[in-house]
Design a protein around this ligand. Structure first.
Ligand code: MOS
Length: 751
């Protein structure tokens, strides 16, 4: 990683915030030049002499076992090196790998089939074409068993998750009484579909062994999780596994776990004694690497005539695989978003012969805000109260679930600011009244929310003799801006130009950082960088004070300051460059390892981000096509670390919300137990033509109770609330309330 080309301008792009010192804002992404010039390398693009190619075979039945795999014709093909099957694969120390950092992996230790498209073998050949062709010649015989399909018909099979009702369900107050006594009630069921992540870069792994040591390039959100899981699964010491991933081409949660193909690639590399690279085909992204579970959400709202909520009930059912329970926590936000004395949230699961569910951008909140925020809109309509007013009438000043104060909450300002920017006051509350030619126009809104997470993290900061600063942490760059804010944070520490900072991440030899999931990387890693910078600066000040040749000789730290690559006196300004100081003192780098933990008072407050989302839709009266013309959203996410990368993430989240509202759905053939749209032609996601104007603002009010930077994380909140705001806008436009997401033309036509 070369960092910024020296010619790149990084003109300041400061954001006004009256509240505190602002972080330096880099107008150019640290990794931008490398990406646009093609120098940034993704896992599959690395190579080693003699590299060979793996191709993963997957099952074509959803349930049963493999009785035989005839590889005779495939093995005879030129270039084929090995074909691993459940009948010849090396035995692993853990027969059903499911280590803590991992998931139930399908790594050829048994012949069981739990879902269609499950990994059942790996062909390794000298070229990818040879491997893929060989795989097509392998004859697989199955002994099928009846598959658990037809989710909708099997809702009565729903059971509590294996982790237990206590973990997933919560009740406060008397919800039955609240519902019985309420003057106004809403009783509705919303559903959300199975979604698959489909980052542009598919999952890909490149593995080679040096003796007993394993090296891996893997497209991942969690290098140290990969490392732990590979070590545990393969039965080797953690120190013998080295994982690298300088860039991840999107992950969205699917790359937060170590799935089967990572382990299979390492196994294949061992068997053939060569470097093996393996990428999933697009169709293999549908099952083997997780999905957002389908949900059925039953909601009951009980309110007074004035719109005060007396009770909220949110009972959720989601699908899980037969291998493990991954629960879409769709009732989570319902507990804390509005004040109401009675509150019940529950989560039950229906087993299906499908791949595992997993984390997908705002797992829980993305789905749960669909049900909750649409149900509130239905209540507002019944009450003839403005939807924003209804939310203000039930505004939670403290966390209603824990009764703890929020670390910082400015949701009212979000409603006001986004509402003003949108022009909400022009909304006609009566559906179907606003028309432009053949377009019915509708306005809708919803609340966005996501918890603020933080984990312990470490970082190394090193002042080099040439005056540049190196900062390293074993975190990941998913396209989020991690390189950029790491450079900014180190530069802020030394009050120097970020162009003088070199960043390294995505290497398991670096100090440990958490999974890039749960929107926690900025909030976890940057404080560790600040800590390391502080330690290095203390060492440098001590060095100067002790150095008789330094202009700062004999000064106390409080009398010195760092500025523009110099250490100087606060008063008078005499001082020297950091290069000069180091040159006289051994000419070696000065480094420190910084650490950051969750704040001491994490248990004394509730930390969440919030936002308000407003949407305008146009619905064609003949075709029922929906165009989302505008989304205006304002977020309270604490400090906005970088305007470009932060706004970009929020905008990406909003685009995914539009996708959730109108397009994305994985269609399951219940007879064959397989998805029928396992490609980007038929798995619809928005293209540019589908996206209108998106206006994103952040309040940028630092939450310094949460961490010293005041940043709460930004990766996931952008998707939340958006699909509800759009559904509510469609109702306002048409008077049609579609409760089965996504809201496609057929549903609007038939309702
Ligand atoms: Mo995120 S779904 O926690 O990677």
């Amino acid at each position: 990683m070369n960092g910024f080309p020296q010619s790149t301008s990084t003109e300041a792009d400061q954001i006004e915030s009256p509240h505190s010192k602002k972080p330096q804002q880099l107008a150019v992404r640290y990794d931008g030049p490398a990406k646009v010039t093609g120098q940034a390398k993704y896992s599959y693009e690395f190579s080693k002499p003699g590299v060979v190619y793996g191709y993963m075979m997957t099952s074509t039945i959803p349930s049963g076992s493999i009785s035989a795999m005839d590889t005779s014709a495939a093995t005879k093909l030129p270039g084929v090196l090995t074909i691993l099957t459940p009948f010849n694969a090396p035995k692993l120390p853990v027969p059903k790998p499911n280590p803590p950092a991992s998931r139930h992996a399908n790594v050829l230790q048994d012949a069981d089939v739990y879902y269609s498209n499950q990994p059942i073998g790996v062909v390794v050949a000298e070229t990818l074409e040879q491997a893929r062709y060989a795989a097509s010649l392998v004859k697989v015989s199955y002994a099928p068993t009846p598959a658990k399909m037809n989710f909708e018909k099997r809702l009565s099979d729903a059971r509590p998750p294996k982790k237990g009702k206590d973990y997933y369900d919560k009740t406060r107050g008397d919800i039955n009484k609240a519902v019985a006594d309420a003057a106004v009630k809403v009783d509705v069921t919303y559903t959300t579909p199975i979604q698959h992540h489909n980052p542009m870069e598919p999952h890909a792994t490149l593995a080679w062994w040096e003796g007993d040591k394993l090296n891996v390039y893997d497209s991942t959100q969690y290098i140290s999780g990969d490392r732990q899981t590979l070590a545990k699964t393969l039965g080797i010491p953690v120190d013998d596994v080295h994982v690298e991933c300088p860039y991840t081409g999107g992950g969205f949660g699917s790359k937060g776990s170590t799935w089967s193909h990572v382990i299979l690639t390492a196994m294949a590399a061992k068997v053939v004694g060569k470097t093996v690279k393996l990428a999933l085909e697009r169709r293999q992204m549908f099952g083997p690497v997780g999905a957002r579970p389908r949900t059925v959400q039953h909601l009951q709202l009980a309110a007074t005539k004035e719109g005060k909520l007396l009770g909220i009930r949110h009972n959720n059912i989601c699908h899980v695989s037969v291998m493990e329970d991954f629960v879409e926590f769709s009732g989570n936000a319902t507990r804390m978003l509005y004040s109401s004395d009675a509150n019940e949230t529950s989560h039950n699961v229906v087993e299906m012969n499908l791949g595992n569910g997993t984390y997908m951008r705002a797992p829980g909140e993305a789905s749960g805000t669909v049900g909750l925020e649409c149900a509130l809109d239905e209540l507002a309509h019944q009450l003839k109260i403005d939807p924003v007013q209804l939310r203000l009438a039930n505004y939670a000043e403290k966390d209603p679930e824990s009764d703890l104060p929020f670390s910082s909450k400015h949701l009212k300002e979000c409603y006001r600011q986004a509402g003003d920017r949108f022009g909400w006051s022009k909304r006609n509350p009566t559906p179907g009244q606003q028309r432009e030619g053949k377009q019915l126009i509708g306005f809708g809104m919803a609340t966005a929310t996501y918890p603020a997470n933080r984990s312990s993290a470490e970082a190394t900061v090193r002042l080099m003799p040439n005056g540049r600063v190196f900062v390293g942490s074993g975190t990941q760059e998913l396209g989020t801006g991690m390189y950029t804010i790491m450079a900014q944070t180190a530069a802020d520490g030394f009050r120097m130009d970020p162009k003088l900072v070199d960043v390294k991440l995505g290497d398991s030899t670096l100090p440990k950082a958490p999974v890039s999931g749960g929107s926690q990387s900025a909030a976890s890693v940057c404080p560790a960088i600040t800590d390391a910078c502080g330690q290095v600066m203390v060492k440098l000040m001590d060095m100067a004070a002790a150095d008789a040749h330094s202009p700062l000789h004999g000064m106390k730290p409080a009398e010195m300051e760092f500025r523009d690559g110099r250490l100087q006196a606060r008063s008078g300004g005499q001082g020297e460059t950091l290069q000069a100081l180091l040159a006289r003192n051994g000419g070696q780098p000065v480094e420190a390892k910084g650490m950051a933990e969750k704040g001491q008072d994490a248990k004394q407050m509730a930390a969440h981000s919030f936002g308000a989302v407003f949407a305008e839709v146009a619905v064609d009266v003949d075709t029922h096509m929906v165009q989302v013309r505008r989304v205006v959203a304002t977020y309270d996410i604490g400090t906005l670390m970088n305007k470009k990368t932060g706004t970009n993430q929020l905008m990406g989240g909003v685009v995914w919300g539009i996708s959730t509202a109108l397009e994305e759905d994985t269609h399951l053939d219940n007879n064959f137990g397989r998805f029928v749209n396992m490609n980007l032609a038929e798995y619809h996601v928005p293209v540019n033509r589908d996206i209108g104007s998106i206006d994103i603002t952040a309040l940028n009010i630092p939450d310094t109770k949460f961490n010293p930077l005041g940043a709460r994380g930004i990766g996931e909140i952008g998707i939340t609330g958006v699909a509800a705001a759009i559904g509510n806008a469609i109702f306002n436009a048409t008077g049609k309330r579609i409760r089965e997401y996504p809201i496609t033309v057929d549903k609007l036509l038939l309702s």
